[in-house]
Design a protein around this ligand. Sequence first.
Ligand code: SF4
Length: 384
Amino acid sequence: MTVATDDLEALLDQASSGIAFDGLHVAETDGEYALETPDGERAGLDEDALRDALAANGEYVTNWRYWQETVGGAGTARRAFLRWCERAPLADAADEATSTPWTEGDDGAAALAVPERYDALRDGIDREWGQLAITARFVDADDPDGERVYDLWHVDDADADLADLEVHDDPRDARELATYDADGRYRPLKTAPTLPGGWAFTGLSGDDLVETVEFFYPATVANWHRELRGNLDVDHWLETAERQTGIYDVIDELPREAVAWMAEACCVDSQCLRRREWEYEDGDDLDVDGGDGPFPCREPCSLVVAAARKWTTLESEEERTYELELTTSEINQLTELIDAVADGRTDEIREADVYDGANRYRARYLRAKRFDDEGELEATEVDD
Ligand code: SF4
């Protein structure tokens, strides 16, 4: 690998202050330099000898240059996310000097040392962020100078031919791509797993990649980074509910068990890709799976708050006993209907599939048989 003179000079400029980054260590004592990488150690070097030794360790030099000069931003979410993209150790720049550089990554995938990462970046390193597939790669795979670019597309398009996708390079385009689902319906929850495919962003800079991801999934990188640093500020249900005003003032009256049903309805992976970290209140966890997504949800979102208002009203009603006549198959059919609607499967049930209780003709038949002239289920309230 040829190392650009600029890269070498930039590193030499800082060598006398000491360098410790991603396995590369340079130290100066009384005008003599010591160079250490995982491959070996050289000591007692003058400046020319250090320059030669660094030139022989081009991967470490260009890696240092990319992260310290091009990316910069020590301690920022942007930098941590870009390091996650290429499976680099996730410690802050301040810690990169002292942390074991090749420990496990946050998702269990082993973090890569510089030589392995350079091999992988030639082909591209793939990561998934919700429904986004991200590839980190070298600008020039045949003769890498350390500069990376990033490609981004829908996970379902990972094997698609680029010629079949609509190619974008402006991060702001992501906002429009995320507005409607594949059926043209508005997506009120940006982290719902309904992002349509058919597009690609290619050759993005690191800054543009992070901006694009944040247009698709707002605040996910920042919250992921806060969690990584152990300072995710979680607002649990009760404190969120109690600070509501106006029409949402009532939602703190939603019973605790209903909050669990609500979390099961809205916050599981099939409905939202954020991993719910909020609970009923601090120390009182909901017995509902929070999901496995890479980015956390730190507080009930506006969609959940709005839905909670409706459920608060519904849960304030008293339960009553009704008598209605149904066959065993009809009661089973009601279960199938509710399941199909809750799982969003009604569009998939073919008209000819009359064996499925949620089939449209089966539902219409049940309505014709069991609804009265006012279009309501024939049922009689039973006095207690
Ligand atoms: S509150 Fe639930 S639905 Fe809303 S963003 Fe968080 S996990 Fe998703």
